[in-house]
Design a protein around this ligand. Structure first.
Ligand SMILES: NC(=O)c1ccc[n+]([C@@H]2O[C@H](COP(=O)([O-])OP(=O)(O)OC[C@H]3O[C@@H](n4cnc5c(N)ncnc54)[C@H](O)[C@@H]3O)[C@@H](O)[C@H]2O)c1
Length: 462
């Protein structure tokens, strides 16, 4: 099937690569000329495990361009453009509007195309996009071209986006048009039935249940995406709230989380206490759902609290440094990690940014290291008042304290003794609970985790 995807960022590119890999002809359209040039040169534009392999395996079915081609015949056009927050938290639909307008300009007589909202968009966006298309077609005298709209929210998580795209838990389609549902069932058939040969870099998980396709109304699909992200954000804030209590009563939150996560009504994922969530989705989507609720005269105190607890989780790391070092002015603090989480180069709404802002405000010198995300930080936040270090050792040199900010696997096995040797102070603040406290103390560091009263005891395997 012909699939055109507007927006070749984290979602558009991964979705496009997965759909091409399972046999569709994919055209990726992005306004960003530099990004298109890099994709056409075979260069990675984002760091996502397994993505380059998937792109190269499907290269002859992926076309990348800056211009939306004419849309005729049968197929699918997906909107995967950004929906950043406005000042009041509402999702800014300006990129969606431009893309929808362009689709309306490119639809040709006789086309039976399904237009899919894959971007995370507020309630009513399917109707909104439909209106733009219908008005554009009417102006062009093409009222007879059918407008088929579907909402198809994306649930992939950065860092495991290829796995999530090839082996989704579920596919949600919200549409009033039976033809659109049928087209999307055909599009997703290889994923729904898992009929493709897995790529070497992203093997199919064992005993994978076939994902259901849930067909519902556009509004329910739109709400589903926000409910999913608000729930995951709440789960992280929940365990962070308990981490604060654990610190006071002397419990170890990593053991508590493990013990409750084994209850399959709760589940262990998104239950790691630390510096809280970040990234391009949770903050923006919780703000957007609160703005939507406000518009409809409704309050969502759980989501409000989730946002507040997350803000506090970040600030608590600054306060812990302050409590320990007393004076922050003139101190050198080394941040291990810039990406908002491990396995991605994405620094949007990264907790590291909050730390940098608050620590430099209090006069500290901030050094930073990240195995992958330093170039994206330098690109997206040029002029940030930090010193970039090429290695963990270079970062540690002269530091009063080190803070583990990102849960990179590489940071689980840091050469702690080497780092301790070149530091000025001895504080290791593990804001991701990645490191075994006793190992850190044996290396000569003073270890402080989140929600752990003392260096963690050995946890017996379950
Ligand atoms: N990143 C995630 O983990 C994730 C997960 C699920 C859903 N989403 C949602 O998916 C959407 C896209 O997110 P993303 O992270 O991929 O964004 P992104 O910023 O990485 O990519 C968006 C791309 O769209 C391009 N673009 C904007 N307007 C365009 C136009 N008119 N024509 C062509 N290209 C255009 C931009 O140049 C950019 O490359 C958002 O609504 C987001 O909330 C993101």
């Amino acid at each position: 099937m012909n699939v055109t995807i507007i927006g070749a960022g984290y979602v558009g590119l991964t979705t496009g690569a997965a759909l091409a890999y399972v046999g569709h002809d994919v055209t990726l359209v992005d306004k960003n000329q530099a990004l298109v040039d890099r994709l056409n040169a075979g260069e990675p534009t984002i760091h996502e495990p397994g993505l380059q392999e998937l792109i190269s395996l499907a290269a002859d079915r992926i076309h990348v361009t800056t211009d939306l081609p004419n849309l005729d015949g049968h197929g699918v056009v997906m909107l995967a453009v950004g929906t950043p927050p406005k000042d009041n938290g509402d999702a800014d639909l300006r990129y969606v509007d431009v893309a929808a307008q362009e689709i309306g300009e490119r639809l040709q007589p006789g086309a039976t195309v399904t237009v899919v909202n894959k971007s995370t968009v507020p309630v009513g966006s399917a109707l909104h996009v439909q209106g733009i298309l219908e008005r554009t077609l009417r102006r062009r005298g093409l009222d007879s071209v059918p407008v088929r709209i579907a909402s198809n929210p994306e649930f992939l998580a950065e860092g495991r986006a290829v796995l999530d795209s090839l082996y989704p838990d579920r596919i949600v389609i919200g549409t009033e048009a039976p033809e659109a549902a049928a087209t999307l069932r055909e599009l997703y058939a290889p994923l729904l039935e898992q009929t493709f040969e897995p790529p070497p870099g992203a093997p199919r998980p064992e005993r994978l249940p076939l994902p259901p396709m849930i067909t519902t109304t556009p509004t329910s699909a739109e709400v589903t995406k926000y409910a999913a992200n608000a729930f995951l954000a709440t789960k992280i804030s929940f365990i962070n709230e308990f981490a604060g209590l654990a610190e006071r009563v002397g419990a170890d939150i990593t053991e508590v989380a493990r013990a409750i996560g084994l209850d399959d009504r709760i589940g262990g994922r998104y239950l790691h206490a630390g510096i809280g969530w970040g990234g391009s989705c949770f903050g923006k989507d919780t703000a957007a759902i609160l703005a939507t609720a406000d518009t409809y005269g409704y309050r969502m105190p759980i989501v409000e609290a989730t946002v507040g607890v997350n803000r506090d989780a970040r600030l608590r790391v600054v306060e812990r440094l302050q409590d320990d070092l007393k004076v922050l002015r003139g101190r050198t603090i080394g941040l291990l990690g810039l990406a908002f989480k491990g396995n991605t180069d994405d620094v949007r709404d990264a907790p590291a940014l909050t730390l940098i802002e608050h620590l430099t405000e209090r006069g500290a010198v901030v050094k930073v290291h990240d195995p992958i995300a330093m170039p994206s930080m330098q690109r997206d936040h040029a002029g940030l008042p930090v010193e970039y270090a090429a290695s963990e050792r270079e970062l540690a040199e002269g530091c009063d304290a080190l803070v583990v900010v990102t849960d990179w696997d590489a940071y689980r096995t840091l050469p702690l003794k080497d780092l301790a040797d070149v530091m000025k102070g001895d504080l290791l603040l593990d804001a991701r609970n990645l490191i075994d406290g006793r190992t850190a103390e044996a290396a000569g560091l003073r270890y402080v985790g989140v929600g752990r009263a003392a260096p963690a005891a050995e946890v017996a395997p379950v």
